[in-house]
Write a protein that binds this ligand. Structure first.
Ligand code: HEC
Ligand code: HEC
Ligand code: HEC
Length: 342
């Protein structure tokens, strides 16, 4: 017994010494050109497939992936964040990308064999030691679904064409046409900017730049333009075309909650309007804003993912999913700068 233990200990020490010399003497060839030793690729890929299957979100968390606006948003993000490595469905990868190890597969190949929930896990987490990056913002599993919706369309062979970003950047002010490939062009999930004051938009862009406000989509977008262009873009989009008036809406459960509040929820209109004077003029306008965006942001405030205003965090803290839907419906249907109908 003692002899067996001694042999096992000696083998363990020898193993560690061998591993130590591979590390310290540089014996392992890390060249991407050298390829993997026989069997290593199989072990790595099998580990990867099983790790993804084990951790992917549940099937009932998958939203409606056929929503054309969600697919368009995913395409907009894909064009700058993913196409440089995987190319578009009809594009080709550069020779340099094809020299990576492992090689980023062409996108049609990359999506084959994965369920939407698996793709969600891969895009949110990335794959260690392969070059496949994770999502740039923590806590934003919600927005990863836009990319999954696009990948699902690629798989079904009916993906929309990707926006031509390099051409869009040659505009005045620089980047404005690029920003407009999403803002004003996609019918849902993307916020309207023309209802906000330039100061709010400029501060917000700065928050995306520093990561104080987490969004993989917008952190990627602000990193595509020079930082000194951001104040000009804020002024450009805030000063955009006059808002079109939506149909006025009458009193609803959403109206009562927003204008009067409850014991746990303060009246939203006290800070956000409509109806002047508001207590907090720097709070963003909500009237006429996109419904899906409003609901998504309210969930982020409630769940503590979006921070930056303690008062707003407190206002959202005890909202239920039903109340969020009522408030988003009510604000989205209001005409911008509208008056409340009593
Ligand atoms: C810097 C290059 C790079 C970028 C940018 C990149 N990827 Fe990848 N991706 C890779 C590499 C390399 C792999 C291969 C990993 C492997 O084989 O283990 C990969 C793997 C994948 C896979 C799994 C394919 C499979 O079965 O092996 C999917 C799906 C994927 N990427 C989607 C995306 C999406 C969507 C984006 C943008 C949000 C993106 N990738 C951005 C390099 C990249
Ligand atoms: C790929 C689509 C896409 C592109 C390109 C894009 N945006 Fe956005 N933008 C979004 C989405 C989605 C959000 C919501 C992000 C969040 O959850 O915080 C957003 C949010 C914003 C907000 C916050 C608005 C608010 O009311 O809180 C501003 C400001 C903004 N974008 C400006 C820009 C500017 C300027 C550019 C160009 C540099 C740009 N966006 C490019 C999709 C895009
Ligand atoms: C005490 C003032 C106050 C009250 C009350 C308040 N908010 Fe806010 N809210 C703010 C401020 C300030 C911000 C912007 C904070 C930031 O971006 O840093 C904000 C941001 C938001 C946003 C994000 C909008 C965007 O364009 O990004 C939404 C949505 C929102 N509030 C909805 C509501 C709703 C619905 C209520 C009522 C339940 C409410 N708020 C109550 C102050 C308030």
């Amino acid at each position: 017994m003692r002899r067996t233990l001694f042999i096992l200990a000696a083998l363990a020490v020898a193993g560690l010494a061998a591993a130590g010399s591979v590390v310290s003497l540089g014996l392992y060839n890390v060249s991407a050109r050298a390829g993997h030793l026989p069997g290593v690729s199989w072990v790595l890929h099998t580990t990867f497939r099983n790790a993804v299957r084990l951790r992917a979100p549940a099937e009932d968390e998958v939203p409606d992936l056929s929503d054309p606006a969600l697919i368009a948003l995913g395409a907009g993000h894909y064009a700058t964040a993913c196409a440089p490595c995987h190319a578009g469905p009809d594009g080709s990868r550069t020779a340099t990308m094809r020299a990576m190890l492992p090689v980023p597969p062409p996108i049609r190949e990359a999506v084959a064999g994965w369920q939407p929930s698996h793709l969600h896990w891969i895009v949110e987490n990335g794959v260690k030691m392969t070059g496949m990056p994770g999502w740039p913002a923590g806590g934003r599993a919600d927005e990863v679904w836009a990319v999954v919706a696009y990948l699902d369309a690629v798989k079904r062979q009916d993906a929309p064409p990707l926006p031509e970003v390099s051409e869009q950047q040659q505009s005045a002010p620089p980047g404005a046409a690029y920003c407009a490939t999403c803002h004003g062009s996609i019918s849902a999930h993307v916020p309207r900017l023309d209802i906000q004051q330039p100061g709010y938009l400029a501060d917000t862009l700065d928050d995306y730049l520093t990561g104080a406000r987490a969004s993989g989509i917008m952190q990627q977008a602000v990193s595509m333009v020079p930082p000194e262009a951001l104040p000009g873009l804020a002024a450009h989009f805030a000063a955009g075309p006059a808002a079109t008036a939506a149909a006025a809406v009458g009193p609803t459960a959403g109206a009562a909650l927003a204008t009067r509040g409850t014991r746990e929820v303060p009246a939203c209109t006290a800070c956000h309007g409509p109806g002047a004077p508001v207590a907090q003029p720097e709070a963003p306008a909500l009237a006429g804003q996109d419904r899906a965006f409003l609901a998504a942001q309210l969930r982020l405030w409630r769940d503590g993912v979006r921070r930056g205003s303690d008062k707003m965090s407190a206002a959202a803290r005890s909202l239920s999913d039903e109340e969020i839907a009522l408030l988003a419906d009510w604000y989205a249907a209001l005409p911008p700068d509208g008056e409340i109908e009593e």
